[in-house]
Write a protein of this length. Structure first.
Length: 209
């Protein structure tokens, strides 16, 4: 049985694509799933996270690969054979470079930070995903619970031509600090709300697949 491909895509930088990619990868790996991550973003944040992880743990427990946009299909073909889940971190833009990742995806996750600007930036990704006939789900990231802005963005997201994930990732220092250490929030010494958020998101993504 071939693995499922999850593309994390958003044309606006700073939306939290890498945060979602690495934390889903860690969550699935902790469940005993075989996981591979594929970095197609020239910025290379996912690759730097992986190298920090390997330096820290020795055995990263996750397979890593990188490619240009046009090498995505070839890499996914290989990784699907050995992994249950292949998670692609894509570049922050919407053009022909994003199409190969969307074409390979079984599910497209679109992170949206709690701002209307981030929400507006989903339109291009949704358009491309729609053209490729792919399911897209918006994930609210860096959400500040109880704020008017967060609820306004959530309400507007429900009007999009995509599903809105019930699970949200809040604005927490833990996400940034663990990323720099090559870890996911579920690998910290103490289980906290961030770990619970990722667990809910992973369960929701698995159900969609």
């Amino acid at each position: 049985m071939v693995g499922k491909v999850i593309a994390v895509a958003q044309q606006k930088g700073g939306s939290g694509k890498t945060t979602i990619a690495v934390n889903l990868a860690v969550a699935f790996a902790r469940q005993g799933r075989r996981v591979a991550v594929l970095d197609t973003d020239p910025q290379g944040s996912l690759g730097r996270w992986f190298m920090a992880r390997r330096d820290r743990l020795g055995d990263a427990g996750i397979e890593f690969s990188t490619s240009s946009a046009w090498g995505v299909s070839y890499e996914c073909e290989k990784l699907r054979r050995s992994a249950d889940y292949v998670i692609i971190d894509t570049p922050p833009k919407v053009d022909a470079d994003l199409r190969p990742a969307l074409r390979e995806a079984d599910l497209v996750l679109i992170p949206v930070a709690s701002s209307h600007v981030d929400l507006w930036a989903t339109e291009g990704v949704l358009d491309l995903a729609g053209r490729e006939g792919k399911r897209a789900t918006v994930v609210l990231n860096r959400a500040k619970a109880g704020t008017r802005l967060a609820e306004e963005v959530a309400a507007a997201a429900r009007e999009l031509s995509a599903a809105l994930a019930e699970a949200r990732l809040a604005y927490r220092v833990a996400y940034a600090s663990t990323l720099g250490e090559g870890l996911g929030v579920q690998e910290t010494a103490r289980r906290g709300p961030a770990s619970d958020e990722v667990e809910r998101l992973a369960a929701e993504v698995e159900a969609l697949l």
